[in-house]
Structure formats: C-alpha cells, structure tokens
Ligand binder design. Sequence first.
Ligand code: ATR
Length: 277
Amino acid sequence: MAEKKAFVTGHPIAHSRSPKIHGHWLATYGIDGSYQAIDVRPDDFASFLKSLGANGYRGGNVTIPHKEAAFALAERRDEAAEAIGAVNTLWFEDGVLWGGNTDGLGFAGNLDDYAPGWADNGPAVVLGAGGASRAVIHALKQRGIKDIRIVNRTLARAQELADRFGIGVSAHGGEAVGALLADAGLLVNTTALGMHGNEGLAADPAGLPGRAIVTDIVYVPLETPLLAAARAHGLKTVDGLGMLLHQAVPGFERWFGRKPEVSAELRRMIVADIEGH
Ligand code: ATR
C-alpha cells in the first residue's frame, strides 16, 4: 500500500513542533507514513485544500492563520469545531473533507494527566478571549464546569464569548479579576502574556484558594511567570506542553490508524527541543 501522508500547514510554519511529534510516533509504531510541514500563504489556502486528495494526503493539521479558513472550507465539521468556530485537524471520510478541532481535547487531556479531578474543583477563571480561549471554554463546558468566568482586557470580546457559550459563562474586565479568583478552583491563562519576550502577569495567583490549580496554554517558556508565581504560592500548576501533545492524538489516529501514546519519552524530546538542546 502507498505511504500514508499527512501535513501541518500554517504561515509561517518552520517553528512548528508537530512534525517532531508525529515523526516520533511514526517511528515508534513502525508506520509507513510521513508528516510534512507545508508553508501556505493565505491566498493559496483554498487551492491547497482542493488539491489534498489528488496529492495523496489523508489529512493534516492547520494552524495560524488558517484555522478560520479551514472551518469555512471543510465540507463537514465535527461538534467541537462548530462550538469553537475554528478547525485544526482535517481528514477524509468516504471522499468528504472533514474539519475538527482537537484543542479542547488537548487541554482536558493534559489536566487529566497532571491534575486528575480538576473538573470537580469549582469555578474556573479564564484569562483571555481569543481563539485559544474558545477551545478552553468549550472543554470546560464539556467537562461539566458550571461557573466559567472570562476575564479580558477588552470586555466586549469576553462578552461575545459569554454570549456564544451561554449559561454558566460570564464576562469580566481585568479590574474584576481579584474578586473572581477568591473562590475559584481553576485558573487558565490563554493570553500571550508570559510568552517568551512578552513579559507580564495576567493575574496574581496569590488571590486563589489553596486548592486551586493553575495552568497556562503558553509552553515557551515551560514555566511561565504565572506558573512560577503560582508554584511559589504553593499551588498546583500544570504547564501547557501536554495540551500540544494531546491535541495531536486524534489526527494521528485518523490518518495513520493507531491511537498514539503521549509518553514521558515524547515529552522529554519536545522539552529538549524547547530548551534548545
Ligand atoms: P489566540 O487565538 O492565540 O487566543 P488572539 O485571538 O489574538 O490570540 O487573542 C489574544 C488574547 O490575549 C486576547 O484575549 C487579548 O486581549 P484583548 O482581547 O484585549 O486584545 C489578550 N492579550 C494579548 N496581549 C495582551 C496584553 N498585553 N495584556 C492583556 N491581554 C492581552
């Protein structure tokens, strides 16, 4: 049988760690397959998608800035993609191009690994109201969290998301964050604050109760200023790398026919890459 082919596309795409993740799994399971990074400019994205089948691809991942275009162009979409309004995974079923979104699953899978029971810990505070925030809120709702508080510099964007996700999701400006943390069980940063070269703290975790869990979807650096402050305060912290690893699982299974494991070895490999070894 022909080699199984998949891709990740974005613009730029050179920095993507997805080829390392999927390449590791292909080698581990001895699968005759490939996973290639392809830089596609926004103007070329529609024709790129049209030619997938003819080029022998079983599907692939889509990242910035193509996630919304992939949502619009997929012939069918799964429930998570509909809820989030973006597509990060494409695959064919009976010749039909499907678009899904696995970011929420990745977020939840990471917390399941490192903070079991996280969904029963009380109200959640989500910092930020962009695309990443939508995936996180979807996951929180899916896992039954009844009180989700979106905090954003621009209140109107938080309100848009609260309206989109409905009952149990509220919108707040930055000034409210202190009061919102006082009885929260989970704090999630989805903003670029704390990312390498973007210093700053989106909220002070010292205001959280002692049982609270703090997580960041930023994973470069692995320990963001928010996670460092939470750890210094004795709180449970979970870094964002596991979300990246877990969001890759459903795509690999669809294209290559085997559910891969998010192993300690895979994590070590990507950590070494992040740390530049
Ligand atoms: P993504 O798709 O990665 O979530 P995005 O849609 O650009 O990216 O959203 C970025 C989020 O980070 C927003 O919530 C943004 O706040 P605004 O809606 O007010 O712009 C937040 N953000 C980015 N830089 C920030 C900063 N310096 N201070 C506070 N919030 C910031």
